[in-house]
Design a protein around this ligand. Structure first.
Ligand code: SF4
Length: 432
């Protein structure tokens, strides 16, 4: 059943705008998908999915080109068993893990990743992880989380993974100086750019060095304590943020680093928290702002006035919609998100054009009806919806590309715009 829940009349932005909440059939990938970018980030971690043949196929096809490298993910298939077979599952899991770790001594962190099949749900993976950790630590830390499609949409897999990792972060002393942590997986190239900008702002010299979580190496976990301040780099990390706050860390409120405006405000939140001089901030960010603004100009010519419709998928929808509307002049027809975290998205919502239709959750048939009725210029959706909509003559953008592509920061702003411009230009050429 759908319900429009009015909270208060919107005055400016969408901070208090009504949201269309929908519950029904969903068309999204499961949290296992996160393994694809997480295993690239933590370079000595291994992800062992405990699941079915379906899970193995999903991981293999999502990983695509990676089949030639020695992979750092695999699936232990445990479905198609009778009850007697299930009794041996723990022994078998132990055997698989032992064989893997003997063969791959470079692995320093192993994630057991749960999935949907009922046989897996019956297995206690947290007990298995602590049993195996006891056996293989200190060389290998074994952790577990769920990537099950019943519990997670595809970016929530990262949230579950990082939340599982938070208890392993070393404790900083209560008297330790203030520190800054950036939370959420960023492509290495983006992380390096931000590291340089933070260094120019004085982090690592007269201010603490910035730490990134997750780190590139399993043994390089940042310390955390009451003097840790953290900036979310991704909008889908609700459980991770809660776990960090439970350990005393404080979240710096900011929009997300997408586009010129988002990147500047995100950096400024850190600069303000650590008393960076406003003149220094302007000077350090000026070149990036100018470069990105210039690069966006040609995309603005193609995108201004075009109508975009978001199906809920990655939880990146609201920050990207804000960027498309404010920096490229696109018209937001509907912005759907699987889950709307009002606190983490407060700054984003304030910047959305007033009157934007926001929807949370999904009833795919209803949303398809709305989409067909308005026939937007471009639809952002999952792979399962893209083909049928293209067949109906609509232009689509796969939401998963927005997660796999480096899009954060000044130097990626134009790349993010191009992800939307390219399919529109292709469609125009097709119909010309
Ligand atoms: S975890 Fe569930 S939804 Fe994901 S691939 Fe496995 S069976 Fe399918």
């Amino acid at each position: 059943m759908n319900a429009v829940i009015p909270i208060r009349e919107a005055t400016a932005g969408c901070g208090e705008a009504p949201v269309l909440r929908e519950r029904g059939q969903r068309e999204v990938f499961c949290g296992l998908t996160g393994i694809i970018w997480l295993h690239r980030k933590i370079q000595d971690a291994f992800f062992l999915v405990v699941g079915s043949r379906t899970c193995a196929h999903l991981i293999q096809s999502a990983a695509g080109v990676m089949i030639f490298a020695e992979p750092r993910f695999a699936t232990a298939i445990i479905d198609e068993r009778d009850l007697a077979g299930l009794a041996d599952c723990n022994d078998e899991l132990d055997r698989v893990v032992t064989r893997l770790l003997e063969r791959r001594p470079e692995i320093k962190m192993l994630f057991l990743v749960g999935s949907c099949p009922s046989e897996v749900i019956k297995l206690d993976l947290s007990r298995a992880a602590s049993r195996l950790s006891g056996r293989f630590s200190p060389d290998v830390r074994v952790l577990n989380y769920s990537g099950s499609g019943i519990e997670t949409t595809f970016t929530q897999g990262e949230d579950a993974c990082l939340a599982a990792l938070v208890p392993s972060l070393p404790a900083a002393a209560a008297t330790a100086p203030a520190s800054l942590m950036v939370v959420g997986t960023l492509a290495d190239v983006v992380e390096d750019q931000f590291t340089r900008l933070f260094a120019q702002l004085g982090f690592g010299t007269d201010k603490p060095a910035v730490r990134f979580f997750p780190p590139r190496r399993a043994n390089d976990l940042p310390e955390i304590g009451p003097n840790t301040k953290f900036l979310l780099a991704q909008p889908f990390l609700a459980d991770t943020a809660r776990a960090l706050e439970d350990r005393g860390a404080q979240r710096l409120a900011a929009p997300f680093p997408l586009g010129v405006e988002g990147t500047t405000a995100w950096l400024r939140a850190a600069a303000d928290a650590f008393a960076v001089d406003a003149g220094v901030f302007d000077k350090v960010t000026a070149a990036g702002r100018e470069r990105a603004t210039g690069a966006l100009a040609r995309h603005r010519l193609q995108l201004a006035g075009k109508r975009v419709f978001f199906f809920p998928d990655s939880q990146l929808e609201i920050p990207i919609a804000r960027f498309l509307a404010r920096e490229l002049g696109m018209h937001l027809v509907e912005v759907g998100t699987p889950y709307l975290h009002r606190q983490h998205l407060a700054e984003e919502l304030d910047m959305l054009p007033a009157g934007t239709l926001l929807s949370e959750g999904q009833h795919v048939e209803n949303q398809l009806d709305r989409c067909r009725e308005v026939r937007p210029d471009i639809v952002v959706c999952g792979l399962g919806l893209a083909n049928p909509l293209e067949a109906e003559g609509m232009t689509t953008k796969w939401a998963i590309e927005l997660v796999f592509t480096p899009i954060q920061g000044y130097d990626q702003a134009a790349d993010l715009a191009e992800l939307f411009a390219r399919p529109l230009v292709r469609r125009m050429k097709l119909v010309a």
